[in-house]
Each structure stands twice: as structure tokens, then as C-alpha cells.
Ligand binder design. Structure first.
Ligand code: PEP
Length: 257
């Protein structure tokens, strides 16, 4: 069986000022033990304004918690007021950058071409993109969720070569499950995540497909993560609301217990 180390990534969204960010990372560091880091990669995705503070704390205390951004500019530098570049994020020690989160697609009109440009901007700076895909309720009701997600993945990966694709993280986040308390069933998650891995095999090859970590996201909590993680193709979770509570996020990281 392929050895993919699970990843638990906390998407804080627009929550926590830099002071609150430091407190939350300290609580996480206090709760997580060596055995946890050995079993899973743990990451937080704070707002941009918190990242320098998180970096300072992680470096000073040599924490094994990794971190990243919730978004990234598709541009390298220049006259793009308000944007944050991959080089800036790399300088702050970001391991990950989420791209194409459903809230970015919905409220900021990000399409697959832009998500692709952002994923490539991350890779150009040795940052791992967490490429988010997922269908809305209407699409699911129409039974078109698998095709919809595969289309989004195909668009996001354009012009990304196999050697770079192998290190990617993809997150399947059904929009109807985000922030609603309505978690997908483990079977729902596996259906789409398995199809995405199949697609990666077609776009690249089986070896590459086996290396990509594919997460599930949408109302993950300490009490529903185990069933989702038991699915053969699910390699972790992107966690929103529950990642704001250190105790709950630690529980999620310890889903094996
Ligand atoms: C998310 O926005 O990535 C997410 C999964 O949110 P929640 O866990 O709150 O549903």
C-alpha cells in the first residue's frame, strides 16, 4: 500500500488576530505529542497578518507544527495592490498555500484558470498548494458531483508536470458540507476522493497518483474524523471551524485513538 503521511490542516479563515494566533498555536503545541507528529503532519493556515507571528513562535520553540496561507497571488511581484506573493510567503516559512477554496471561488470569483495560476505560483516558490475542489448542493442533487470535481482538478493542474504534481495536496470539500455541520458520509468522501486519484493516474501515472495526498473537508470534528480517515484514498482533513479550538483540533489529529 502507498505510504502517504496524513495531513491535518486547520483553515482558520478570517479569525484570530496575531495575538490570538500565538495563543492558539501555543495550545496546539502543548496538546500535541511526539507520537502525534510521527503519525500525522499538522498544519495551520492563519490569516496573512498572523503568519509572521506564527513563524516566530514555531522557529523559537522549534515546533513541529507547519503553517501556510489561505490564498496566494498568481503574480510574482509588482503593481498588484493588496496582493501577497509566493516569494513573500516562502520567506515567512510557509509550507502550504490553499488555492481555490470554495469561499474564494464564490465571493472572489476565482475560476479554474486562476486557481491553476495560483497553484503554479506556489510551486514556483517551493510552497505546496492545497488545491480545493468541491460541488455545491445543486450539482450533487443532479448527480454530477464527481464530474464537477474532476473538471476542477483537471483545470487546476494544467501545465503542472508530474514531478511537481506528486507533492501536491488536493482537498475535496463539498460546499454543502462547509460550515454547515452536515459532514459528508465516509462513502461520499471516498467516492470523490477515489475518483480524483483515478484521474491523477490518467493525467500523470499510477506512481504519481499514489503520492498525492487528498484531503476531505467539510464539518470535520473530533467525533466524525475516524470514519472518514478509514477510507482508503482519504489522506487527511482540511478543517475549518473545529480548527479554532485547540482541544478539538488535537482530537482530530489523534483520530486513531
Ligand atoms: C473549510 O472551510 O475548509 C472547512 C472545511 O470548514 P468547516 O470545517 O468549518 O466546515
Amino acid at each position: 500500500a502507498p505510504a502517504r503521511k496524513p495531513l491535518m490542516a486547520g483553515n482558520w479563515k478570517m479569525n484570530n488576530n496575531h495575538f490570538e494566533a500565538i495563543a492558539l498555536v501555543q495550545k496546539l503545541a502543548f496538546g500535541l505529542k511526539e507520537a502525534d507528529y510521527a503519525a500525522v503532519d499538522v498544519a495551520v493556515l492563519p490569516p496573512f497578518t498572523d503568519i509572521r507571528s506564527v513563524q516566530t513562535l514555531v522557529d523559537a520553540d522549534k515546533l513541529e507544527i507547519t503553517y501556510g496561507s489561505q490564498d496566494i497571488s498568481q503574480h510574482a511581484s509588482g503593481a498588484y495592490t493588496g496582493e501577497i506573493s509566493g516569494a513573500m510567503l516562502a520567506k515567512l516559512g510557509c509550507t502550504y498555500a490553499a488555492v481555490g477554496h470554495s469561499e474564494r471561488r464564490q465571493y472572489h470569483h476565482e475560476d479554474d484558470a486562476l486557481v491553476n495560476a495560483k497553484a503554479r505560483a506556489a510551486l514556483a516558490n517551493k510552497i505546496t498548494p492545497i488545491v480545493c475542489v468541491g460541488e455545491g448542493l445543486e450539482v450533487r442533487k443532479a448527480g454530477e458531483h464527481v464530474a464537477h470535481c474532476l473538471r476542477q482538478v483537471t483545470g487546476a493542474l494544467e501545465k503542472i508536470p508530474a514531478d511537481q504534481a506528486a507533492g501536491l495536496v488536493i482537498a475535496y470539500e463539498p460546499v454543502w458540507a462547509i460550515g454547515t455541520g452536515e459532514v459528508a458520509t465516509p462513502q461520499d468522501a471516498q467516492e470523490v476522493v477515489g475518483a480524483i486519484r483515478g484521474l491523477l493516474g490518467e493525467l500523470y501515472d499510477g506512481e504519481t497518483a499514489d503520492k498525492v495526498r487528498i484531503l476531505y473537508g467539510g464539518s470535520v470534528k473530533g467525533n466524525n474524523i475516524a470514519g472518514i480517515m478509514a477510507q482508503p484514498d482519504v489522506d487527511g482533513a482540511l478543517v475549518g471551524g473545529a480548527s479554532l479550538d485547540a482541544g478539538e483540533f488535537v482530537k482530530i489529529c489523534r483520530y486513531r485513538d
